[in-house]
Design a binder for this molecule. Sequence first.
Ligand code: XIL
Length: 348
Amino acid sequence: LKDLATFPIGVSVSNTDAPAYNILTNTAEQTVVEKHFNQMTAGNIMKVSYLHPNNTGNASDFTFTNADAFVDYAKSKDIKIHGHALIWHSSYQVPNFMKNWAGTSDEFLTMLDTHVNTIVTHYKAKGNVTSWDVVNEALTDGSPSTFRSTDSTFYMKSGNSAVYIERAFKAARLADANVDLYYNDYNIDQNNAKTTKLVEMVTDFQARSIPITGVGFQMHVFMDYPSIENIKAAMKKIADKGLKVKITELDVAINNPYSSGWSVSTATQYTSTSALAQKKRYCDIVAGYKEVVPEAQRGGITVWGTTDANTWLTSATSQYNGQALAWPLLFDNNYNDKPALRGFADGL
Ligand code: XIL
């Protein structure tokens, strides 16, 4: 893939968070990653609770050992890193000291400045992290979409305010003048109320010179939803703002728990027919991205995992109507190429 592309081609990988698939030790992982990809995202180990777990809030509480080993491996293979994520509300990946913050909102925001500054400065010095998801998933799914509030420690502890978002972008830019800074979210590919709120936010940021480089579209999508037209229209709205567009977490589940067409039982749905439909879906998405995002604004496309055996969707049942989604990636359980890989390549 990387040889066919004119923009970064990335993959999310496991580390100590899933030892059987650890990119530092699993040679099947390494073979596939080194062959096809020139960018990687850590599936978990560069998130808030991993890098900044301790409970005093001091700069010295950061824990970089595992992430550093990962970044060093990438560097030795000439693979860049997309940092993920400086701020994400997801409850079990927010450290307790942040959740239980008892100080003022000003003190919380100052702590966040240090959080962002310390991490970005650390990886600027290492020299292989080319972009960051600065804030992940700060918007709600409703209509109208709003800033996520009660379920976000960051919003609540900032004094019931979304000001933490722009603070984080400013702190990241102060720490590194050159690294690309993304706002990242899911379901913004549907050209719906959430996309509208996203466009409103970035328009406001640009008007006030908040340093944002681009928007990351996670793109955990189904075979039949959202439509390619909606995906392209949503990306075009961001491209039209002059921002970079990056597909950050692409996967295409074969089954869709909300649709009778591709419903529930996962046992037999990965057939030669669905494999070819998935191949086409990958091709359409990659080609659609190229169609609506001008070359200079292409931040790249990252798939959220290597082998189907290690997809996060198997355990993401709470997000997907109680069901496990399956066969979403480019390589099968034995690391063989799927038709989806050819579809991705065809789209390039
Ligand atoms: C997921 C990881 O893949 C899982 O291993 C973990 O248990 C939960 O987080 N959106 C994101 C990613 O931005 O960080 C999530 O990653 C998937 C959804």
